[in-house]
Design a protein around this ligand. Structure first.
Ligand code: PGA
Ligand code: ZN
Length: 422
C-alpha cells in the first residue's frame, strides 16, 4: 500500500516562458514523486479544457493559480489516505470530482499532472521503472520494438515566425535502435543548420526546436532536410523518411471552402489537395502527413486515406484531439490510418491507455506526442514504450524540454538491454 499523505502544486516555467503546473505527491512511506503538464498552442473545440487564469499582470500570459488552488483545495483532500497504486480508482475519482464532459471544472492539465504523479509515486514505491510499472499495471504486452522518434526539423505556422505555413516539417527516423535513431536525428539537424548558415538563411529555432528561416516553399524545406540527411550518409526510405504536420484546420477558409497555403502560393480546393500531396510524397519521399485536412471534414479525410493510405501514414491529431469518441467516429468513416495521442489531452492515465488500446485494436499506427508548450517532464517516453507505440514525437533533437523525452527513451533502451529495468 502506497498511501498518499500530501499533494502540493506549484507554478513552474515551460519551454516558452509560460507558467505551467507541477504537482508533487508525498506518500506516507516517505517517498515522493512529481509530474508536470504541458500546454497546447492550438486548441480545438473537441478537446478538454485546461484550467488557466486570466492573463497575468504586465503580461499576455495566462497563469496557473486556479489550477494550483484546485489541486490543494479539491483534489488533495479527496485523495489523502488513498492508495497511489490503485491507478484506475484514482483516475475514476478525478473524473468524478471534475464531473464535466470537457474536464473544465478541474482542468485537464490539473487532472493529468495528478494522475501521472500518482503512477510515478507508486512505481517508486515498488522500486520499478515507470514504463515497466505501467506495462504491468495495465497488463500491456511487451513490444519487441521501441518507438521510433519523429523529429521536427523546421517549425512554421503558429510555431515560429517564418514564412512557412505548416506547423512542422519532419524527419522520421527508421533505424533499428533508439541510439541509432538519435544519432541520425542529431546529425541531420546539425547538417541542416550548417546548410542554412552557409546559404545565408536564419538558423534560429521555433517553439519545438525546429529551424525557422523564411523559405520560398514547402518543397524547398523538404528538399533541404532530404539533402542534409543524404549528405550525412543516410539513405531515403531505409534510414529515414519525411513528413509534414500541416495543422490544416488553420488554413481552411470556410466561406471559400478552400485551403490557403500562402508560402506555397496556393489556394486549394479539396480536389487538387490530394494531387499536391501526391506530388510531395512522390517527389520528396514524404510518407507521413499529420492533419492534412480540416478537423471538421471526416469525408475529405476518408477520400484522401482511400487514395494514399496504402503508401502514406495519414495521422489525425487535431482531427481526433486524443479523444476515444472522435476516434470511434473516425474508424466508422475510415478517416485515417494513424492517431496522434497527446496523453495530457485524454485527461487521466487510464483514459490515455484506453485510447491507445482502441487505436491499436483497429490497426492504427500510434504516435505519442508532446505538446507545443512542454516542460522537462519525460513521462511520454515511458508511456510510449509501455503501450508499444510506433512513434514518439517530441519536437527537434534540440532544446531541453524536447530532448528530455528522447534521452529518456535512450535510457530505457539501455536499461532493457542490460536487463536492469525491473
Ligand atoms: P499543440 O500541437 O501544441 O497544439 O499540442 C503540437 C503538434 O501538433 O505537434
Ligand atoms: Zn499536430
Amino acid at each position: 500500500m502506497s498511501k498518499i499523505k500530501k499533494i502540493m502544486a506549484r507554478e513552474i516555467l515551460d519551454g516558452r516562458a509560460y507558467p505551467s503546473l507541477e504537482v508533487v505527491i508525498f506518500l506516507e512511506n516517505g517517498l515522493s514523486a512529481k509530474a508536470s503538464a504541458p500546454s497546447g498552442i492550438y486548441y480545438n473545440t473537441f478537446e478538454p479544457k485546461e484550467l488557466r487564469d486570466e492573463v497575468l499582470k504586465n503580461s499576455s500570459t495566462p497563469g496557473v493559480l486556479r489550477a494550483i488552488e484546485v489541486v490543494e483545495k479539491v483534489i488533495a483532500p479527496a485523495l489523502k489516505g488513498r492508495d497511489a497504486s490503485a491507478q484506475e480508482e484514482i483516475d475514476d475519482l478525478l473524473i468524478a470530482l471534475d464531473g464535466t464532459e470537457d474536464k473544465s471544472h478541474l482542468g485537464v492539465n490539473t487532472i493529468f499532472a495528478v494522475s501521472i504523479a500518482c503512477a510515478r509515486a507508486a512505481a517508486k514505491a515498488q522500486k520499478m521503472e515507470l514504463f515497466s510499472y505501467l506495462r504491468e499495471y495495465f497488463n500491456l504486452p511487451v513490444s519487441k520494438k521501441f518507438p521510433k522518434p519523429i523529429f521536427t526539423m523546421f517549425n512554421g505556422g503558429l510555431y515560429a515566425d517564418t514564412s512557412l505555413d505548416f506547423q512542422e516539417y519532419l524527419l522520421l527516423a527508421r533505424e533499428e535502435s533508439v541510439r541509432e535513431n538519435i544519432i541520425l536525428g542529431r546529425e541531420v539537424y546539425q547538417s541542416l543548420g550548417r546548410v542554412l548558415r552557409e546559404n545565408g538563411f536564419d538558423s534560429d529555432t521555433g517553439t519545438e526546436g525546429g529551424y525557422a528561416p523564411n523559405l520560398d516553399s514547402s518543397i524547398q524545406a523538404l528538399e533541404m532536410i532530404r539533402a542534409a540527411a543524404i549528405n550525412s550518409g543516410y539513405s531515403m526510405a531505409k534510414d529515414f523518411s519525411l513528413g509534414i504536420d500541416l495543422g490544416a484546420s488553420l488554413f481552411f477558409d470556410n466561406k471559400e471552402d478552400k485551403y490557403i497555403f500562402a508560402a506555397d502560393h496556393q489556394l486549394l480546393s479539396r480536389d487538387n489537395l490530394t494531387g499536391i500531396y501526391q506530388e510531395w510524397f512522390l517527389s520528396q519521399g514524404v510518407d507521413y502527413l499529420e492533419d492534412p485536412l480540416g478537423e471538421e471534414r471526416f469525408s475529405d479525410w476518408r477520400e484522401l486515406t482511400a487514395s494514399i493510405g496504402d503508401r502514406v501514414i495519414v495521422a489525425g491529431d487535431d482531427l481526433f484531439a486524443s479523444q476515444s469518441d472522435r476516434l470511434r467516429q473516425g474508424l466508422k468513416e475510415k478517416a485515417a490510418n494513424a492517431m496522434v495521442i497527446k496523453p495530457v489531452q485524454t485527461g487521466t492515465l487510464s483514459e490515455a491507455v484506453e485510447c491507445v488500446k482502441l487505436a491499436k485494436k483497429y490497426g492504427y499506427q500510434v504516435i505519442i506526442s508532446a505538446r507545443g508548450g512542454e516542460t522537462n517532464d519525460d513521462f511520454i517516453a515511458d508511456f510510449s514504450v509501455a503501450v508499444g507505440a510506433n512513434w514518439l514525437k517530441s519536437g527537434a533533437p534540440a532544446r531541453g524540454e524536447r530532448v528530455a523525452k528522447y534521452n529518456r527513451l535512450l535510457e530505457i533502451e539501455i536499461l532493457c538491454q542490460e536487463n536492469l529495468q525491473k
